[in-house]
Design a protein around this ligand. Sequence first.
Ligand code: N01
Length: 500
Amino acid sequence: MQSDIAGSPAMGEARNGKAAYRPRTAIIGAGAAGMMQAIKLREAGLDDIVIYEKANEVGGTWRENRYPGVACDVPAHHYNYSFEHNPGWSHRLALGGEIQSYMLKVADKYDLRRDIVFGTKVTGCRFDGRKWHLETVEGHLDTVDFLVAATGPLHVPAFPRIEGLDDFEGAKFHSAQWMDGIDLSDKRVGVIGSGSTGTQLIAALANQGVDLTAFIRTPQWIFPLPNRRFGDMERKIVRAMPWIGRAAGRFYGWFFEHVFAEAVIKNGWQRKFLSSMCKWHLGRIKDPELRRKLTPPDEPLCKRMVMSTAFYPAVSRRNVEIVRDGIVRATEQGIVDQSGRLHELDVIIFATGFDARAYHRPIELTNARGESLTKVWEGQTGAHLSVHVPGFPNFMLVGGPHSPRGNFSAIAYSEAIVDHIVKVIKFCAENGYHSIEAKPEALDEFLQKVKSAVPSTIWISGCTNWYMDENGMPETWTGTPDAYREILREPRYEEFKLAR
Ligand code: N01
């Protein structure tokens, strides 16, 4: 029986005599979001859960990204679970390994491993009208009521298409697939890309004295946020009085979620302030030729802002060459640029980012009509509130299309999504609804809301970045994270088709 309801029935009561039930939920991915989803579902008493994780450890991004210099570009005290503040961070911008240790501690403290199936790559999920069936290449894996993709929006590495790359005789790998144990000290290393990853990697290798060629197609604006190491005494004080760390987290939360977010979405003092800071920072490069090479062609904030005070001094070192002439092809020996020059290399590292529309992929998701989500999203991705896809009942995403992608703590805004998902599942379980599906008109309205904010954003100034599509539609939320939290806070069940 299907019903379009207006308003929500009282929680905890089964309607029309239909019994409440105990739903089974599968979460895909044991990264920061998947772990949080499991913790919150358990807390709500929805403890028939399982997390499928392709790797053999938790941590997602922080397990995979092990390149030199890897760090979070959001201040650490703002990059924790709200319920697990870490007063012990060593740097303002926590280093990758330290965040991974935090993830491991949280997994242990909440005994998450008992619900995680490691080393299991889900390849397909099929809805039969009532339940989701999960598959691996070996065959059927599980049958669940609800399916949550906590696969992360940036998990599939993007590689550049460069003619002749297969002929290159040296080592080559993506920043997110670091070749553990490789010694770069006596190698000629080329790094392609200078986004948040490339900037951290280039600065770290440069400071290690590596013979480095940085191929920079488009320089980015860099906000001068120093990654200060906290002193021993300072850390002791914050450990003894954790409220200090929490207060710092709240300050950074305000700064990033308001100053940065509002600078992107409206032309106010925030934009002027951040722009002038970036321009001042660039102006500190003494060598005019290097400054010219590193001057971005677009406005600050067009791309997701890079945070660093280490990059400019690092690339001013004699062991670093910046190449702005585009890459034409690769050969056995290295990379040839537009000027015809061959840069001889032993190693090429791709800091070329990720497929920003991979979401659930490479998992093949199929609904009861046999339609694949990958196909449905071919023209335009879309999920109501970034979470629910019309036509795909009982499936929800954390970090789906049009969730915030700016300079914010992904942990902080994911918590709002995770809480929303808990409410939805609890509502269905308590009211005997076995199927919940966003109405297409609810998604249209959501996308309209996202789109209508675009004319006042920086993106109309002629930007290109990894989260805009060819039609100028951003793949990201176009309001503040607070506004996003607000639309998620109380699910509006009239926007869904519910069935028992
Ligand atoms: O990737 P990017 P990223 N030839 O897509 C260049 C998160 N992150 O991994 O601008 C030459 O930003 C490309 O050049 P262009 C964070 O959300 C978080 O750096 O396209 N160059 C660009 O310079 C971030 O935003 C942390 O011209 C090519 C670079 O590669 C997101 O990951 C730390 C090329 C790609 O930059 C992605 O950042 C690090 C080609 N064919 C990353 N193709 C945290 O601290 C691409 N490029 C949380």
